[in-house]
Design a protein around this ligand. Structure first.
Ligand code: NAI
Length: 353
């Protein structure tokens, strides 16, 4: 008799997830079941009978969901993303192991952030719409050089550092803010770490590459926006909650900042990854953001490259293999801080809980 395959319930599965997971699964041969809907307390019972749950950024893994999954004997949740802000870590502790994909292609995100920056400063969406309609006028399309201007990078981890390399290529000066500054890298790359206030005051571009935590929630708020230059722009490919959207809309309306390019939005869960083109958008802040000529929104797309999707599938499947082989879980998250347990400062006896 053939051995029973490890079964995996994949939530919030889109066609591109299905395509890349299926292709990479040739090597692993898991029993994959794809569900289009999000994981939340209403859908969690679907996981009954599966060995593993695979979830994504907008799945709701709160205490209720955890309780249902635990009762259904799920031992492993494998997140196919880097962020962990949608997990109730306290509820998960000692119940369900959680792995994530801490790095897939940091280039995918940094390159998207750079695309957003150029699109915003050179008004590419407006130019594209015009020429498609046969309007070849340039009035109103005046942009700004990036060369010689200052970028403030918040979070100089994998993505932030690549963004710094890219924008240094444009000839920008780099300021950075991080709770764990990497001084050796900064010296090498001519980057200057500054405090939050100086970063907001001095930068022409602010780009967010830190995780969303209670400390970083609304990192960009009314107070920090008040410090910014009136023509400075914000790029957010981190997490929506890093920006207080109400404060952002207020600043855009009163022209106290130059613009924003957002790949993430505070309340994106309901809208992003879905087609709302024939529906009424009830979120007034999102609807208002969509009206500004100096705002570009992409729907959490920064990770979406062939390279990143392949790497995500490979690491996710490897996380599952390690769990069932009884090996150390390289990418298991810490229930206290969300970091990788292996590198967590609280690690004792190989575990940080
Ligand atoms: P990373 O862990 O390599 O770097 C994060 C950096 O942020 C670290 O240097 C850390 O010290 C710093 N940091 C932590 N707390 C901070 C604080 N309070 N203030 C300032 N800096 C702080 O992470 P990576 O891979 O560079 O990703 C960064 C973020 O990008 C992720 O947390 C995720 O939320 C977001 N992301 C977005 C994607 C998208 O498709 N839009 C895809 C992948 C990641």
């Amino acid at each position: 008799m053939s051995e029973k395959k490890i079964s995996v319930a994949v939530f919030d599965a889109k066609p591109y997830d299905i395509a890349f997971f299926t292709a990479v699964n040739n090597k692993y041969e898991y029993d994959l079941r794809f569900f289009e809907f999000h994981l939340n307390p209403d859908t969690a019972p679907v996981a009954n009978g599966f060995d593993v749950v695979c979830a994504f950024v907008n799945d709701k893994i709160d205490a209720k969901t955890v309780d249902i999954l635990h009762k259904n004997n799920i031992k492993l949740i494998t997140m196919r993303c880097a962020g962990y802000n949608n997990l109730d870590l306290e509820a998960l502790m000692n119940k369900i192991h959680v792995t994530r994909v801490p790095a897939y292609s940091p280039y995918s995100v940094a390159e998207h952030a750079a695309s957003l920056l150029l699109s915003l400063t050179r008004k590419i969406p407006q130019a594209f719409n015009r020429t498609r309609n046969g309007n070849f006028m340039l009035n109103g399309l005046t942009g700004r050089d990036l060369h010689g201007r200052t970028i403030g990078i918040v979070g100089t981890g994998k993505i932030g550092k690549i963004m710094a390399n890219i924008t240094a290529g444009f000839g920008m000066q780099t300021l950075a803010f991080d709770v764990f500054p990497d001084e050796i890298w900064a010296n090498e790359k001519n980057v200057r770490y500054v405090n939050k206030e100086e970063l907001f005051t001095q930068s022409d571009v602010i780009t967010l590459h830190c995780p969303l935590t209670p400390e970083t929630r609304h990192f960009v708020d009314e107070k920090s926006i008040a410090l910014m230059k009136n023509d400075a722009v914000i790029i957010n490919t981190g997490r929506g909650g890093l920006i207080d959207s109400k404060a952002l809309v207020h600043a855009l309306k009163h022209k106290t900042i130059g613009g924003a390019a957002l790949d993430v939005y505070e309340e994106e869960e309901k809208y992003f990854f879905e087609d709302w083109s024939a529906e009424v958008i009830e979120d007034d802040l999102l609807a208002r953001l969509m009206t500004f000529p100096n705002v570009i929104i992409t729907a959490h797309q920064a990770f979406l490259t062939q390279d990143a999707l392949t790497a995500i599938a490979e690491t996710t499947f490897e996380n599952i293999r390690q769990y069932f082989a009884g090996e150390n879980l390289t990418n298991e998250i810490c229930y206290h801080c969300g970091a990788n347990q292996i590198s967590c400062s609280k690690v004792k006896n190989g575990r940080c809980f």
